[in-house]
Design a protein around this ligand. Structure first.
Ligand SMILES: [Ca+2]
Ligand SMILES: [Ca+2]
Length: 191
């Protein structure tokens, strides 16, 4: 009995350590790879355009304040920044890094929330998908030079998860308080 209780404590301890928050300052980076909407689908199941492929516009917000809150999270949609745009491409390569610094306090995860729409010249934009790309903040590297990228994974799609896919990879590393907030939140082209 005592032995199995010790095993229980060991497993419970491992569980707790897996949920431990990490103190800032640190930087969270997501590298958005490729959006695959090969069926040219809108959220309602219709096609983006009748005679051409989707005209993708993506705006987003890397939520480190309330990553588990319901959509749209801690920041109003109107304040989100543009991440990507491309006309007439259902499977665009995005290849952009979105980052955010956490200067003070601690954090267990971050959530890149993304809104994808199809732009039309004559009518209003149509909703394609809402994505949430969750990053666990654990095993944080001591600096950028030591930070390795995760394996590629998929963001969670809200409306058509079986038919639309967005891949990303991530890394998290400590920075100094001087570096924190520079570069500011938003998307940067990869160099
Ligand atoms: Ca089009
Ligand atoms: Ca269009």
């Amino acid at each position: 009995m005592a032995y199995s209780f010790r095993i229980f404590l060991l497993i419970f301890g491992l569980f707790l350590s897996g949920c431990e928050a990490v103190e800032g300052p640190l930087r969270v980076e997501l590298d958005l790879r490729r959006l695959n909407n090969s069926y040219a689908l809108l959220q309602n199941g219709q096609q983006c355009d009748l005679t051409s492929a989707c005209d993708m516009r993506i705006k987003g917000y890397l939520d480190t304040d309330s990553p588990l809150d319901a959509w749209p999270g801690s920041k109003p949609l109107a304040t989100w920044t543009k991440v990507f745009e491309k006309d007439n491409d259902n499977i665009p390569i995005i290849n952009k890094i979105v980052s955010r610094d956490v200067c003070r306090g601690d954090i267990t995860r971050a959530n890149l929330r993304l809104l994808v729409v199809d732009v039309d010249s004559l009518t209003k934009n149509d909703l394609i998908e809402q994505f949430e790309c969750m990053v666990p903040v654990e095993n944080v590297a001591s600096g950028m030079a030591r930070a390795t990228w995760s394996t590629e994974r998929a963001c969670d799609a809200t409306f058509n998860p079986a038919r639309i896919r967005l891949n990303f990879r991530y890394r998290v590393f400590h920075i100094t308080l001087d570096e924190c907030g520079r570069p500011p939140a938003g998307a940067t082209a990869k160099t």
